[in-house]
Write a protein of this length. Structure first.
Length: 238
């Protein structure tokens, strides 16, 4: 069960989502425009578990709301978009969204996507795929190699003791790479190990998440993620 913020200026869409989310056992708060969504997000107690965010809204658009949320929070964000252009989807992912659903959509699809994102939040590192057994420094909740430390229970990442604030998707991708430093993971292997075999996302989406990870490391003067052209990505720490 999740506490969900639904932001969409289309009342019938909010009605459909309300019915589907309540039926699935979730609670929700609704916003009819971007400014209201941002205000509700700031005031929420307890914090929202997931934000469903329309891109085209009055006052503030969904992209700006996403920017503001990502400035200080790693709350999972799923975009609801009537725009079917790849550029809009990629821009949303570049800003830190964890997933997107293109309108028109089925309520079941939205609930399923939300469930997948929540599963990522709750997953412990290790297991899945053939990445090999990671080395843990304090049980199954932490992986530490060289200057990089990943704490699953607190969802925190540190480079040389300095914290990086990661989205759920970024955290899961880094967890997979960190499970086997030096190993090259194809985009398909990253998707399967990070998100599960039943989750299908494009190579461009994986590339967008990796670019955001690299930018965050670059702010700390670090470049641990390497590209192996024509194959995939690997983590260059030991």
């Amino acid at each position: 069960m999740a506490h969900v913020l639904v932001a969409d200026d289309d009342t019938p869409i909010r009605d459909v989502l309300r019915y589907a989310l309540l039926r699935a056992g979730h609670t929700l708060v609704e916003a009819a425009d971007g400014r209201e969504a941002w205000t509700l997000f700031q005031q929420a107690m307890p914090r929202f578990d997931v934000v469903l965010l329309d891109i085209v809204m009055p006052e503030l658009d969904g992209l700006e709301v996403c920017r503001r949320i990502r400035a200080g929070h790693d709350t999972p964000i799923i975009f609801l978009s009537s725009r079917d252009e790849e550029l809009d989807r990629i821009l949303g992912l570049e800003l830190g969204a964890d997933d997107y659903v293109t309108k028109p959509f089925s309520p079941r699809e939205v609930v399923t996507r939300l469930k997948v994102v929540l599963r990522r939040v709750m997953r412990a590192p290790g297991g899945g795929g053939d990445a090999g057994a990671p080395e843990h420094s304090d049980g199954a909740s932490t992986i530490e190699r060289g200057p990089l430390r990943l704490e699953s229970l607190t969802h925190r990442c540190y480079w040389q003791g300095r914290e990086l604030v990661l989205t759920v998707s970024e955290f899961e991708l880094l967890r997979v790479l960190l499970s086997a430093p030096g190993r090259v993971f194809s985009r398909d292997a990253l998707t399967e190990n990070a998100f599960g075999p039943d989750h299908h996302i494009s190579d461009r989406t994986i590339d967008s998440h990796i670019r955001r990870l690299r930018r965050k490391f670059a702010e700390l003067d670090a470049e641990p993620i390497e590209t192996v052209y024509g194959v995939g990505y690997r983590l260059g720490v030991s």
